[in-house]
Design a protein around this ligand. Sequence first.
Ligand SMILES: Cc1cc2nc3c(=O)[nH]c(=O)nc-3n(C[C@H](O)[C@H](O)[C@H](O)COP(=O)(O)OP(=O)(O)OC[C@H]3O[C@@H](n4cnc5c(N)ncnc54)[C@H](O)[C@@H]3O)c2cc1C
Length: 394
Amino acid sequence: MFGSVIDFELGEELNTLRDRVRAFVHEVAIPAEARDRSEHGLDPGLRSELQEKAKEWGVFGPQLSEDLGGLGLDLRGSAVILEEAGYSVLGPQALNCAAPDEGNMHMLGLIATPEQRRRYLVPLAAGEIRSCFSMTEPAPGAGSDPSMLLTRAARVDGGWSVSGRKWFITGADGAAFTICMAIAEEGATMFLVDAENPGFTVERTIEATDRAFPGGHGEVVFEDCRVADDAVLGAVGEGFAYAQVRLAPARLTHCMRWLGTARRALDIALDYANEREAFGRKLGELGMIQRFIAESVIDIESSRALIWRCAWALDQGANGRHESSVAKAHVAEAVVRVVDRAVQICGALGVSGDAPLARLMNEVRPFRIYDGSTETHLWSIARRTLKARAGASR
Ligand SMILES: Cc1cc2nc3c(=O)[nH]c(=O)nc-3n(C[C@H](O)[C@H](O)[C@H](O)COP(=O)(O)OP(=O)(O)OC[C@H]3O[C@@H](n4cnc5c(N)ncnc54)[C@H](O)[C@@H]3O)c2cc1C
């Protein structure tokens, strides 16, 4: 795999699209940030307004296939565009390439039946509805270790009964449907559950540091939740395999968007360091500030390189498990470092509500935990590497 050529040229079309998305973010998304005041994510009115504008600008759905009204980019192209969108927390919502819908659309595109596609994927891709993904459970259920899943699915007349409790389900409040992971006799299985199903309840929206996701993060209950056989997504017993199909690209697209956020934070810090004076010179002339800046540039550029490598591997058809773990573990830590340094460079302004940095810090911090915590990724990278070496030396 590593013998073939890696090309860093973006090409004219992608460059043009990147410039258009950059202009959209500066002219539409950033000015709208002052109106984004809701506690748990962007309010539905502002989200629809931004999505309509993105359609007018021809930048809607960059990662979606053309038959779904998207721009049909592969992951390498998406890496460029989603980074640009992430420069504003409103960018990915406007372009309909934000989590969790983006990961759900990707998975539905691969495994949904034609009828599931018509009912769930088509309106999701058009931005008409939102969705969520219900996997994590409060202790003692599944968190870092998915094998601890407690939610059960039992066969009943005409379908299934799903029972269990999930939490930190992003976008649950206001989602039209959820994809629920439950254990059936045959193994982990995914079910499409409509929000209006009487057996499904969003019990509360959890207080969290971030507020970029419409609907916040919900605690949801499935109580003898009845669904028909055609609600099974993919094959019964294959849920964990499909979760991998969703997770490797989904965690990579998170990396792309948060990289844009890190760039925004650094730009704010650079503007401050170029203007603000202390001890008879600009902050940017002080060695320790220069070190912060250089380290942030290295964090951003190394993150981009790892994202592009993983995107390339996935585009070649590799499962990308290793590349996405390496990228995720590095990028999540790197973007938090970049934003934290930007806060430090800006002094009191950095922690105030006057600059968006305090908000950005609250947005990026949870990324070290979701889509696999840094520690679980480091653990699997180390185990894989040890095993490979043991195999090589035998
Ligand atoms: C903002 C946010 C949004 C989320 N959205 C969703 C969603 O939409 N749908 C969904 O299903 N879930 C979602 N989650 C849940 C997320 O997937 C879990 O938080 C994650 O899998 C970790 O599980 P846990 O929180 O139960 O942590 P635990 O499993 O309790 O782990 C706690 C800590 O233990 C450490 N740890 C765990 N394993 C290891 C190891 N092998 N080696 C060393 N240390 C280890 C890590 O530091 C970890 O952070 C979201 C979480 C957050 C914070």
